[in-house]
Design a protein around this ligand. Sequence first.
Ligand SMILES: [Zn+2]
Length: 157
Amino acid sequence: MRLFFIAAIACFAAAQERTKVYKRCPRPTEACLQAQAEAYLNTAWDGLRVEGVGSSDPVRVVEIEAESPAEHSNFKVGDILVSLDGQAMQDWTNEDLIKVMKNLKVGQNITYLVDRDGKRFDVSITLAAPPVDMVAGWIGRHFILHHYVESDEKGSE
Ligand SMILES: [Zn+2]
């Protein structure tokens, strides 16, 4: 009896791992849409997707988004980002990155120190607002996962 109970719990835990449970957004749909559209459409966007933040690996560009400020500058996939406006990026956590990005403004000029095959040089870009269809994708994802998909849990994002 006891063994069965433990086995049942183990199965339940394994099932939970496979289907991620998304927390229900506490905001009403209309208010959430307004808040998100306002925030995202005014987000400063450079178009660089990186990996290695929050780890001992270097911060490396893995993708450059189409029609972004980064695409129209001298960036290449594989570039290592050494610093942003003089602040070394190696020890940044994800929270540090988010904090820095939130303080940047559309139209602002920023300079990355880039390492490409051991050569270091500056790349400056002017931040833009993200394209509307990209913002639509981000917001759509939030609504599907946190408003539409059934979930027992209540919580933020
Ligand atoms: Zn929401």
